[in-house]
Each structure stands twice: as structure tokens, then as C-alpha cells.
Design a protein around this ligand. Sequence first.
Ligand SMILES: Nc1ncnc2c1ncn2[C@@H]1O[C@H](COP(=O)(O)OP(=O)(O)OP(=O)(O)O)[C@@H](O)[C@H]1O
Length: 512
Amino acid sequence: MALFNNLTDKAPTNSNNNGTKKESTPLSSCSSSPFPSVSSLLHGSPATGSQQPNLVSNYNPKPSTTPNSLELPPPAGCIPMNLDSSGNKRGMPWQEQERDNKHPRRSADTITNGQYSTWSIMHALSVCVDFAHQVSVSGGQVTPSQSTSTLNSQHSTKPMDYAKPTHQPSSKPINTSYTSIYNDQVILQHRQNRPQLKLSDFHIMRTLGTGSFGRVHLIQSRVNARHYAMKVLKKSEVVRLKQVEHTNNEKHILESVGHPYLINCWGTFQDDSHLFIVSDFVAGGELFSVLRRSHRFPDHVAKFYAGEVLLALEYLHSKDIVYRDLKPENLLLDNQGHIKIIDFGFAKYVPDITWTLCGTPDYLAPEVIQSKGYGKAVDWWSLGVLIYEMLAGQPPFYDDDHLKLYEKILAGKIRWPTYFDPTAISLLRKLLTPDLSKRYGNLKAGSADIKRHPWFEGVDFNLLLAKQIKAPYIPNIRGDGDASHFDKYPETNEQYGCTGINDPYRDLFLSF
Ligand SMILES: Nc1ncnc2c1ncn2[C@@H]1O[C@H](COP(=O)(O)OP(=O)(O)OP(=O)(O)O)[C@@H](O)[C@H]1O
């Protein structure tokens, strides 16, 4: 229970002025269940007073007093948001951009048994949603964009070289059979020959991040001196939070995938109290941090990241894996600025449909909220939310109150900023549709519909897959193990490595 006690470091930079974590409640301070009862969702929890229902995490709209919110320089490769495509000033410069505390880092959560179905709560609230109507109201003002930057845009001065029209729009048919353009067998075979890792192989260093279910450390190998990331999950918390199946899923899926834009897992092991997952250390930090600092991305920058995410989702879906937790917090940038998707805690092998209500509220597809059976299409909805958030700086649906947020998602009314490119709006309408028979990615042509949409015109997905397209922002990494792109977190003096004492949960995690 001391996972988050005995703090030895300063408060995390993502804390509010009370020093409390904004995005999630530390596990050690949770009461018996992290999930609200139906009545607390409806009426507010007597124990928490005026707090918002905390199905997953709360937005904290308080202004930042974060001491170092301005410390990091603007990402070298992104266009400062105060400049338009001609270099004219149009707003706050990077350096003056406060961290956006209206949209702090979000945590994911799950309700495994469906008993707190939000849809039933919606019914209890007499919120009736007419889906035929939704589609017709999901409009809004569409004004031709002032900023028409695309991959072929004029944003070609350094460091946006990747935006130069070096690649002609592909006239080749887009390959929908993922296995024919990418073969992961070499990686997977190589992985089978790896030696079993153990805790003593590593020197444990600072915390890189914390989540709902664990903590991630920077570690250094005593064998080859290289740095890695190690996710540590406390077994008793995993059990208490009913994440046993999800945690085993995470391990198995991480071990069964190999893709340029997915985190590479090196192995797992356990002691009496903890589970450990060792993966590559991805040094460039979270896309979330870059996005909040830049407020929003130009069209072509969003397109680059969206394209890489699309390729990763396409790969996962080709293996019948649904990811279920897409958000900028789970997208790290490698040394070259390319995406790595992390956190497979909710990824699941789903050849057909599944039912678990889980994910991150802003990114939940309507069919998840409704407790309908759902499938891979939820990831395409989330891609739509991600693209919107990258372009607008905020998700299409948000509310501090999660019930209201879910109402908004179900109502489907989206505001389209005037600076959105019309082709972006067109694609987003096709992703953010509750109608599964119309949602792009979920139709007969699969992800090819998204790839050949005009918003992606000019993107050669084969070059993108081969990492042949230069990233818009290349993080400044000062050597292996440089963790300066990550916020500081309070450290723990939790003891790792105890074995042979008492482990009531070993049978639950036999594969670790
Ligand atoms: N391989 C990695 N390299 C560098 N940092 C990492 C790595 N994996 C995770 N992190 C950092 O640790 C944080 C938490 O990791 P992760 O999302 O896997 O934990 P979690 O407990 O599942 O979180 P959540 O509550 O969002 O589900 C990440 O947001 C990221 O900042």
C-alpha cells in the first residue's frame, strides 16, 4: 500500500496547486473501488462532496501554478503557433504558452462487469438519443480554412522539411492487406530467443510516468548499459481494480506484436508483489506534452502523426487486436520524432465483438458508452477524436462532468473551428459517426477508405511505414537515458524483488 507514500521528490509538474494529481487519484488513496456507484454518478458522492463523478479522471480547470510549465523550449520542429504560414504573428508565442490545464493528462479506466452501464444511467436520467437525428445535427459552421497547410504546403522552411512535396500523391491502389506490406515475423522470431529477464539485470532509476494501475521507471541494464523503461504493477492493486485479465492481455499482446509504431517489449517477470514489463525507453516524451505546449498542430503536423497511428491500428486490427485507449498521452515520440504507441492495458484480441466498458472518457465511442457489443471500429472513432484534438487543441467532446460528456458524445454535435481544413472536416465526419455502417475504417475497404481520403492526399503510406518521412518535430535527446522530456514525479521507496515470502496472487499471473 506504500506505492505512492514516502515521497522523496518534488511534486509532479502535472499537479495542481494543491499538489494533488490532476489526472487520476493515486491508487493508494482510492477507497475500496475506483468506480462510483450509480447513485453517486447521478447524485454526487457524499464522501467526495462536490467532486465530479470520477468514473475515470477529472478535468481540472484550475489555472496552472506549475513552476516549470514554461521551462521546456518549444519543440524545435513545430511551427510556433503564433506564426501563420507566412510567418506573420497571430497569437501567443510558444514561449508564453501556458500548459493547458483545462485539458490535463487523462487516465483510462474500466468497468468489467457492465453493471454501471452509462447507458442505463442515461436512461435513468431520461436522456433520449435519436441516432438518426444525431447524424443530421453533427454539423456546424464550416468555413474554408485560412491555414491550408498540407503535406505540400509552404511550411517547408526548416525544420518542417518533411512537409516538402517530395512525394507525389500515390496513384497506386492502397494496399488493404496489411501483411503484404509489413511482415513482423522477423521481430517475433527474434523475440522468442531472448533470455528471461530478471530484476537484478537492471539498475532502477527515476519515474517516467504513473498511471491508474502502475508506475513506469527508467532503468539501465547491468548487462549492456542501455536504458529501458520498466512498467511496475502492484499485484494487489491489479486484483483490487479487477485488471487481472487486462494485465495478462497486455503482456500477451505486447509479446505478439512487432511494428515500427508500437512499443517494443523485451520481456516480463514478477516478484511476490509486483509485475514488471520491460520495453524500449522512448525518449522523446509524450505527444500530449508537445500538443499542450503548442496548443494545436497545423494540419500537416496532425496528418503526420495521424498517418503513423493509422498504420499501427491497421496492423493491430490485422491481428484482430483492438487497442481501445488511443489518446495523445499514450503516444510517445522516439529520438527521430516518430510515434510509439504505449500502454496496451486495454488492448484485447477481439475477432468479433466485446462488451467491456473501458477506455478514456473523451475518446469513448458511442457504442461503448451504450454498453453495446463493439469491435475494432471503436479505434477508428478514437482516431477521429485524436485528429480533432490535434487540430483544435481540445477534444471534440469534453465536459468536467463525465455524464454530461457521455451525453455530448451520444448527441454527436461537433463544433468545427473555422480554421479546420474542409477535407479534415470531411474525414472527421466519416470517423466520428455513430453509424457503424458509415464509419470509415469499418467499411468493406477497411482502413483504405481513410488512407485514400483527400485529407491524406499526398501521403505515401509505404514511405511513412518505412519511416522515410521526416517527423515535424525531432526531440533534442542528449544521449541514451536522457529523460528530460518527461515530467518529474514523486518517487517511491517501494521494495521490488522480494520473493518466496507470501504471494497469494501468483496463480493469477502465471505467464509473467
Ligand atoms: N516505454 C516507455 N518509455 C518512456 N516512457 C514511458 C514508457 N512507457 C510508459 N512511459 C511513461 O509512463 C506513463 C505511464 O505509462 P502507461 O500509460 O503504460 O501506464 P498506465 O498505468 O497503464 O497508465 P494509464 O492510467 O494511462 O492507463 C506514460 O504516460 C509515459 O509517460
